[in-house]
Design a protein around this ligand. Structure first.
Ligand code: COI
Length: 356
């Protein structure tokens, strides 16, 4: 079906809740803006989306996603440009990725008119919720749920697509400490590691809780056959600067999320002439590089965290502490460059930025 943005029903709030926000103290994921978008899929077609006041949802206890996790999501961010207008960073890439997740999870494609036009309309309506402070943004969370009222195990036939938005501050306030995981597994070839399926995050809670008790912030996931090749850290893609080369695991085995920030970082580095490699990277190679003084920088990338420097990495008894981040050339340059593009301070030569 094709829905133009004019086909969205809009029901506005009577009184905005924006006064409840302290602009000087915005935390990630705590507050939600005035409106949300909802669209239903049934009988093989999407209905007309609605923008309504933010509200709770009610479901039958027999609803599919509650039992079998047929649920996927995305993470996108909007920023205020220097003129005070909201701009959204690379939403088309998130739209395409959502539909890759949808295919793997036996869910329907979300049309561009609902995902992109709906998002633009929603952000435009709640434009006052896009914060302006340093390191702040409006985090946009599109998601899809299977909503058949049936507890037999089969792909659902009815779905809900929803977008909510949330003013956000930094995800991490300081560089992260990482524990290299060699017991639990996040993803394996042929699995769903490349998707943003809810289950990928649910399965990580127990191992994350264990390492947090040990004093670490995040897990560095390794492959499920040998626990040798690194995959992602926590919910982020991971990069290591070894000598003069930036290395990140390749995404060819369905185990690694094709991060939009990951792709942006690779593009910016290649354009700057930095040597970049996407390939299998073993924890042994990282350890050797560290002990030879060649591991210069390491960072995670993701929409929520943007670029998160890693201050230390622990593998068994080996605690690898990286040099002081203030001197990291590549990470600091990338942070600045990406921020300049996202906040519309620098010319957008890649067509990454979308106005609302
Ligand atoms: C994102 O960076 O958008 C993520 O996926 C992290 C999120 C689960 C908080």
């Amino acid at each position: 079906m094709s829905v133009s943005s004019l086909d969205i029903n809009i029901k506005k709030i009577e009184h905005s809740r924006i006064g409840e926000i302290d602009p000087a103290n915005i935390q990630f994921g705590k507050n939600y803006s005035d409106h949300m978008l909802v669209a239903y899929y049934e009988n093989g077609a999407w209905g007309k989306p609605e923008i309504t006041p933010f509200h709770n949802l009610t479901f039958s206890p027999a609803t599919t996603f509650l039992h079998y996790g047929q649920a996927i999501f995305e993470g996108v961010k909007a920023y205020k440009d220097p003129q005070g207008n909201p701009i959204i960073f690379r939403p088309y890439d998130n739209w395409k990725r959502m539909n890759r997740s949808a295919e793997r999870m036996a869910m329907p494609d979300v049309p561009k008119e609902i995902f992109i036009d709906g998002m633009r309309e929603l952000v435009n309506l709640d434009r006052d919720w896009v914060p302006t402070g340093n390191d702040t943004s409006l985090y946009i969370r599109p998601f899809m749920l299977a909503v058949d009222e049936f507890i037999g195990v089969r792909p659902a036939e009815k779905f809900m697509f929803i977008i909510i938005t949330s003013p956000a501050g930094p995800y991490y306030n300081k560089p992260v400490s990482i524990y290299v995981q060699d017991k639990y597994v996040r993803a394996f070839p042929g699995g769903i590691g490349f998707t943003k399926a809810a289950g990928n995050y649910g399965m990580s809670m127990y191992p994350s809780m264990q390492i947090k008790k040990m004093g670490y912030d995040q897990i560095l996931w390794t492959d499920g056959f040998e626990h040798k090749y690194v995959q992602e850290i926590g919910t982020m893609n991971v990069f290591f600067v070894i000598g003069d080369t930036v290395i990140t695991p390749d995404v060819t085995q369905d185990t690694i999320l094709e991060g939009v920030t990951r792709e942006s970082v690779l593009t910016l580095l290649r354009e700057k002439g930095v040597k970049v490699e996407e390939r299998p990277l073993s924890i042994d190679e990282i350890e050797e590089a560290f002990h030879a003084g060649k591991l210069k920088e390491a960072f995670g990338t993701g929409t929520a965290a943007s670029i998160a420097p890693i201050r230390e990495l622990t593998f068994h008894e080996d605690k690898m502490e990286l040099p002081d981040i203030e001197h990291w050339e590549i990470t600091n340059w990338l942070k600045q460059e990406l921020a300049d593009i996202r906040y519309g301070r620098k010319k957008d030569t890649h067509n990454w930025v979308v106005t609302v």
